[in-house]
Design a protein around this ligand. Structure first.
Ligand SMILES: [Zn+2]
Length: 404
């Protein structure tokens, strides 16, 4: 004995009585088969209903492959008895709106662009159809959306039934299904006729707004994301709220947001340029002060400077500025989580900075690091300001011993 599927003829009944004809356990979860049900099982791209049988939550509804029985997966087991089923109407109606909206949108894309629907997906987060055409332009989407919403406001009757073979031959189906035997047909009066087993609204006005949100090219197809009814309203509310907040933050009307953003982008570019110039000037000034304050003996000026948590790029720039002076050796370091040491000299000197740097790095127990005879750097380990000062001192000492 299998299940009589009452939702085929009636999408609106949400409470019904039935006899429990089988109790099973599937993957350790209790399930029941009823003699008749209004619960829609996951099929044809439409998710299952939820609800209650007596007071027990129905968490999933599936079709048994071998005999087509409808399995109601339950939260807890039921006692065998006559039961009352109650459908979660909010979820069901959302599915009805989107499923009927999908039929309309699919036919609209056929009429506007000759694009057939080859896929349908409906979940709480997104609803999509896949069109067999990768080149769907924004203008085509606008036209299809206009047409779909005209069908909605026309409040056309939607009919679902099982036609006999004679009647079937007279119907112009959008897509002929590849199933044997009788199948169900859903007709939106004067607009679209197609095979479908899902639940639909009785007239198109119940769908409410149909809004396309996004079109994404995926190989040979275009995936169209859309929303209907309450979901479309919520989407509008959320986006309108966001836009209104942005407009308030920018103290402008929402229509002026793009021009305000353009202006901000331009200002930002100018500020970046200004900051770069000022920063370079500040680093040059800082380097000059370090050079002035250093000991200048007859042959070379050695400048040692340790910084705390300073940008390494800034320190490198200070070093470049220092060694622009003749006969200058700059030994600089940055303390912090990733300490960094730089050893460099002016072009007119011939000291090799690589061994000096290695001596400094050895103080920090680092082996990585190197460079050219005139410019070497390395580091990467945590070190305090005192550690860095000691490391730089070791590098400086190497010049005292080689030059004396
Ligand atoms: Zn359908």
């Amino acid at each position: 004995m299998t299940t009589q599927r009452l939702y085929y003829n009636d999408s609106y009944t949400t409470s019904f009585e039935a006899d429990l004809i089988a109790q099973l356990t599937i993957n350790d979860a209790p399930a029941v088969v009823l003699d008749r049900t209004f619960f829609y099982p996951t099929s044809g791209g439409q998710p299952h209903d939820t609800g209650w049988i007596n007071d027990v939550p129905v968490v999933d509804v599936i079709i048994r492959d071998n005999d087509g029985a409808v399995l109601h997966m339950l939260d807890t087991a039921l006692k065998p008895q006559r039961v009352t089923g109650t459908i979660n109407w909010k979820r069901r109606f959302d599915h009805m709106q989107h499923h009927t909206g999908q039929h309309i949108l699919s036919q609209a894309f056929v009429q506007v662009a000759g694009a057939e629907t080859v896929g349908f997906h409906l979940s709480p987060d997104s609803v999509t159809i896949d069109l067999d055409n990768p080149d769907i332009t924004p203008a085509v989407i606008d036209s299809a959306e206009e047409m779909a919403n005209e069908i909605v406001t026309g409040n056309r009757p939607v009919r679902a039934w099982f036609p006999d073979d004679n009647e079937l031959h007279t119907l112009d189906l959008r897509k002929v299904p590849s199933v044997d035997g009788k199948f169900r047909v859903v007709d939106i009066q004067g607009f679209d006729t197609n095979a479908c087993g899902g639940t639909h609204v009785a007239s198109t006005g119940e769908i409410g707004l149909i809004k396309v949100l996004r079109a994404e090219r995926r190989g040979d197809i275009t995936r169209i994301e859309f929303r209907c009814g309450r979901r479309a309203l919520h989407d509008y509310r959320e986006k309108h709220g966001l836009l209104a907040q942005m407009a308030a933050d920018m103290t402008t009307g929402y229509w002026d947001i793009p021009s305000v953003l353009d202006k901000l982008r331009e200002e930002n570019k100018t500020l970046h340029r200004t900051v770069r110039t000022l920063r370079a000037a500040a680093l040059e000034h800082e380097a000059e002060q370090l050079w002035q304050a250093a000991q200048h003996d007859a042959n070379t000026t050695i400048i040692m400077q340790a910084f705390d948590n300073r940008d390494v790029g800034d320190v490198r720039q200070i070093v470049q500025n220092l060694i622009a002076h003749p006969s200058t050796i700059a030994l600089c370091g940055v303390a912090g989580q990733k300490a960094h040491l730089v050893a460099a000299r002016s072009d007119d000197l011939d000291h090799d900075m690589v061994p000096a740097l290695k001596r400094a790095l050895a103080v920090l127990n680092v082996e990585r690091g190197g460079g050219r005879p005139s410019f070497a750097q390395g580091g990467g380990v945590p070190a305090t300001l005192t550690d860095v000062q000691a490391a730089l001192r070791a590098a400086a000492d190497s010049f005292d011993s080689t030059s004396s």
